[in-house]
Write a protein that binds this ligand. Sequence first.
Ligand code: ATP
Length: 326
Amino acid sequence: MGVVKCVGILTSGGDAPGMNAAIRAVTRSAIYNGLAVKGIYRGYKGLIDNEIVEFKTQNVSNIIQQGGTILKTARSQEFMTPEGRQLAYDNMCNAGIDALVVIGGDGSLTGARIFAEEFDVPIIGLPGTIDNDLYGTDRTIGYDTALNTIMEAVDKIRDTATSHERLFFIEVMGRDAGFLALNGAIAVGAEAAIIPEIATEVDQLAELIQNGFRKSKNSSIVLVAESELTGGAMGLAERVKNEYPQYDVRVTILGHIQRGGSPTANDRILASRLGNAAIDALLEGQRNIMVGVQNDEIVNVPFVKAIKKDKPINRDLLNTLRILSI
Ligand code: ATP
């Protein structure tokens, strides 16, 4: 592949607030630099189904404040096959696209890495997932908004939990990552967070009960990351009913509310910076990297690192939560 003249942009996997701000930033930065832009609808599925549309600056007007993704998103089994990826490549070439910007999570960037290697296509990834589980970036697009949504929802649950003096297990998203549960727990003043990162080290529920987490409280909120490792909120509630029947326990699964809503200022700014950086990276000749942010600086992270490495949680936060919930 030679000089990049036309960039295709797609959003893939789970949607995240701020994806639109990223689409806008990529589109406008590309056009500013004299590149053509094609929007690809429904992620890799749309690339295979040839859902490709020319994008001008007006196509991304008035979207920075909208949640979701105007390009839609999808999951594509077909893209997991060499035949599917060949079709995607043929459509891309026919549309005159010579580089891609892929906005998505772990799975989407895995697909991008494979596609880039197979066909020698320059691809830049943007971390777009509420889970915050991509290595090499302090924050992913959508994480801050999801955290704020969790905070607002749990504040409301706290009112009823206090009135009835109940123990609530509230399940949050994260797909095997405890960032939302742990940071959400600190933000709402929860009694604890049960997260997959330490699930194999300690029995978090037993520890919680042994520490007498309800001694000085008339309600308890425990945030639980959805994961087989934690047992999920339902699994934990079952355990409490069986092992500690003295507690009046309830479960709330926050679910898809966490994906929606207008992105926070932090997510809009992050998405705008990263979208801009993606085009800069392409023009500098960077290939097959995710652009991320570390200590407020833009960084380029090779796909292999961003996807393969487990991003560690900050264990100091567990201690902070424990101390503040006495
Ligand atoms: P989120 O973290 O928000 O769920 P994600 O990007 O991790 O988002 P996935 O459903 O895991 O979401 O992946 C999105 C798409 O990426 C898949 O439907 C598939 O098309 C593609 N993809 C994932 N893994 C691979 C792979 N190993 N090979 C080719 N394509 C893949």
